[in-house]
Design a protein around this ligand. Structure first.
Ligand code: SIN
Length: 279
């Protein structure tokens, strides 16, 4: 394996790795460390079956299943399908998922450690994914802001996210809502493996700041969200079929971008690795 930085602030491309084969323990330790430090790993030209994608993902830890069960890959509940394709009148995956800045499953008490997104079919233009380094965003805050936000907690709400992102869809059922109650997390989280601090916000999923219910909470949140995704901290990934991208949800935010979904098909498979409670 050869590791090559993608940008100075985020991302490593891993060359000469065939993820269909088991990765040796020492190579895997190198990958884990690269993910901790650089937040995103890219492997191009992979040809993974669903079982191989799941098996490699499991090396990072236990996998989670998404609350929107209708978009799980039949036979592989660990794989959440993101797609605009409709087969026999039924969408094969969730369309327009993550078209806003977020960290996956941040609305859970124990959000996921990381996600592994595998590109099966990609449009020739559009549908890039943007990644922002929350390490870099935190480091670039002025001292006063850092001190002020250190004790604060954001309210992460899947209902709020779903209502904004999917306003044209059937509302969440009461069972789905009950599965994802609102939760608070620190605005500044400590990476459990590197000890580095990062900003922990989100565009639609963070509905407010605990104890700052008035407009000042919304103003601060908007300011932090805008700062977090400043172009200084952002990498744009242009997908090719066969790309596998892994990101550390403890030190990044990401968002998908639009494409011509009438003209083109997009099929992506995502697994998510269980994480722990942010502190
Ligand atoms: C996501 O996992 O949030 C979606 C990313 C993408 O579809 O590019």
């Amino acid at each position: 394996m050869k590791l090559q930085p993608i940008t100075p602030f985020l991302g490593i491309e891993v060359h000469d790795a065939d993820l269909r084969k088991p990765v040796a323990d020492d190579d895997f330790a190198t990958l884990r460390e690269a993910l901790n430090q650089h937040s995103v790993l890219l492997f191009r030209d992979q040809t993974l079956s669903e079982a191989e994608h799941v098996a490699f993902s499991r090396r990072f830890g236990p996998l989670l299943t998404h609350v929107l069960a209708q978009f799980l890959k039949p036979g592989f509940p660990e794989i959440y399908v993101l797609s605009n394709v409709v087969d026999g009148g039924k969408p094969i995956g969730n369309h327009k998922e993550g078209w806003n800045w977020h960290s996956d499953l941040s609305y859970k008490a124990e959000p996921c450690l990381g996600s592994l997104l595998y590109a099966i079919e990609t449009p020739p233009e559009g549908a890039d994914t943007l990644f922002a380094s929350m390490y870099a965003a935190f480091d670039a805050l002025d001292d006063d802001t850092r001190d002020f936000i250190r004790p604060l907690r954001g309210v992460h709400s899947y209902s709020s996210y779903y209502g904004k992102a999917f306003a044209d869809r059937t509302p969440l059922s009461s069972e789905q809502k009950a599965a994802v109650p609102d939760i608070t997390h620190p605005l500044v989280r400590t990476h459990p493996e590197t000890g580095r601090l990062s900003l922990y916000v989100g565009e639609d999923v963070v509905s407010g700041i605990e104890g700052m219910e008035g407009p000042e909470g919304q103003v601060l949140l908007a300011r932090l969200n805008a700062h977090a995704v400043d172009s200084r901290f952002v990498y744009r990934h242009v997908w090719q079929p066969g790309d596998l991208l892994i990101w550390d949800n403890r030190s990044t935010m990401h968002r998908a971008t639009p494409y011509d979904d009438v003209k083109y098909r997009r099929v992506m498979h995502r697994t998510t690795v269980a994480g722990d409670r942010p502190f």
